[in-house]
Design a protein around this ligand. Sequence first.
Ligand code: ZN
Length: 432
Amino acid sequence: MHVKILASEEKVDKPVLFPHDKALERLPSLEREKMMAEKLQRLILYAYEYAPGFKARLNSSNIKPDQIKKIADLQKIPVLRKDDLIQLQKENPPFGGYLAVPLSEIDHVYQSPGPIFDPQRRLRGSGSQSEIGKGTIAMNTWSYHITPAGLLIDSTLRGMGFTVFPAGTGNTDLQVQIMHDLKVSAFAGTPSFLAAIIKRAEETGYDFKKDFNLKYAMVMGEMGGDILRKMLTEKYGITCLGGDSYATADIGFIGGSCDRNSGMHINTDVIVEIVDPLTGNVQPLGEIGEIIVTPFDEVYPLIRFGTGDLSMLIIEPCECGRTTPRVPKIMGRSGDAVRVRGMFVHPRQTDEVISRYPEIASYQLIVTRTQNRDEMLLRIELNRELQDRGNWLEVLKKDFQSACKVRFDKAEFVPAGTIAKEAKKITDKRVY
Ligand SMILES: [Zn+2]
């Protein structure tokens, strides 16, 4: 089957209903919110008319489309979870009643885990326009099959002037050869795959810095990529492009970091809410919750789509001049988090605090409930004896509370080997 590749938005002949407006990024927040609220009203009316799945969803929750007037009104609409979408697509294949244009207008259909089918007319790339790649070849190791990542990155790279080699995933030896023979100047993929390619090249006898031409890396999609980015820059002189970015298969590009490394700016083509994963209510500012995305998308208006990813919002304007809200990083999946006295505690947060204490060999948090109060016990295995356990514990307690916003009630020192290697970092023993 021949797959048509769209170069960019301008090839869409029909007028775009919700055009991307770059100026929004730097407007005072209130002004932007007003404009986005206006856009949201149009989106809701549009989706109600053209996406029967969304219409049915509003109707069954007794919500009228004209009740959604501002961003805060979105909360009235139940979150559309992946499981809901899977169910809707089963009942009403293939798109669960969320496709709002005729199929003839769709260029690509993707499948994301679930499985969920995602129709896409436009490529929601990050839209960066520069010429740094002109006359050189970029190697794109994201998959071009089934998921949208490959084509999305492809369009971004071409927008930067690169000629793209669609390398796809896997086969490290072949990738080393291609990178060398094509004098590839940019790599797109996960940081660990690039590290694996470099390692293989060096094992083969190459001097990577001398024998290869790699100058840029657009690496993303993994936790802890920062360490690899630093290594790529310092050891190999590779410039990392784009920093972190956040995208999902169902929605596309949601946000990306600027050159100030201050978190990922939310794209103005989406509305992001941070909600309590259990109730769907918006969390107070600064608290962790699930990322809910409403894209301004006339093709597939997945209004209030629950990503299952945890983060929080930062609203202070960034030094780069953008005033758009940011998410500092993805803090885990909502399924791994445990709620203790109203606050979410995620293993990634606790890992982070504990990692500041090299004397802790292993730890485990146990959550119980007595007399209607959640209690948290921290079990600690030490790898050396402490001079003053009491003082040490006080410091740890404070650090823990400031990172997790909730304190542990008790701590227990246990002999080495007590905590099983495969034990969950946070064990929820509450019974309701
Ligand atoms: Zn910024």
